[in-house]
Design a protein around this ligand. Structure first.
Ligand code: GLN
Length: 193
């Protein structure tokens, strides 16, 4: 079994993840094709522009490889990445991988110029972490697919859930890779394949 972290590499906030994973001495690679996906044991879907990423996912025949991967491997969707993983996408409607029982309402937390940073508590971390909301989606629970694993909320902000997990799938509306803090990456690396 390989021990390489993949980062979906079409567009968006890729380099900051690479920098943090290099800092942790963890092998990583950009994933662009179904073949690349066979070489990694977990995958980060970065923040960026979900519509653009979705186009590349389809051009490269990645919809069903990513869906299959999500059934057996840890995946972490950040902002646009969480939108890609969601069951339902609104504002406007958009196709998605349907890997976690959440709905994503795009651009809920305002425009690019209204981006903000906040210290956020995560239920399984000792200290709050600094996170960034950049045209972030509102995430909400949807009805569970039959046999689906329990959906958990790990953080809330202004009363809304902003970090969900379901099995080994993580979806957060915020960015957690823009500073030097590797805490959440370390936790993601601990998820069992
Ligand atoms: N608003 C973007 C989208 O809908 C997500 C923004 C981000 O990832 N920071 O895809």
């Amino acid at each position: 079994m390989s021990s390489v972290v993949g980062i979906l590499g079409y567009q968006g906030c890729i380099e900051p993840h690479e920098a943090l994973l290099s800092k942790l001495n963890v092998p990583h690679m950009r994933v662009l094709s179904p073949e690349d996906l066979t070489r990694v044991d977990r995958l980060i879907l970065p923040g960026g522009e979900s519509t653009t990423m979705l186009k590349f996912i389809k051009i490269h025949g990645m919809m069903s490889p990513l869906r299959e991967f999500s059934k057996t491997h840890p995946m972490w969707g950040i902002c646009a990445g969480a939108i890609l993983l969601a069951n339902e996408v609104m504002n406007p409607d958009q196709d998605s991988l349907k890997a976690i029982d959440i709905a994503a309402h795009r651009n809920f937390y305002g425009a690019q110029t209204e981006s903000f940073t906040t210290a956020l508590e995560v239920d399984f971390l000792r200290d709050p972490i600094d996170v960034h909301f950049i045209r972030a989606p509102l995430l909400a629970q949807t009805s569970a697919k039959s046999g689906a694993k329990h959906l958990k909320v790990h953080s809330t902000f202004r009363g809304e859930p902003v970090f969900f997990s379901q099995g080994n799938i993580w979806a957060c509306s915020f960015h957690a890779e823009l500073g030097q803090d590797t805490t959440l990456h370390e936790a993601f690396l601990k998820l069992a394949v």
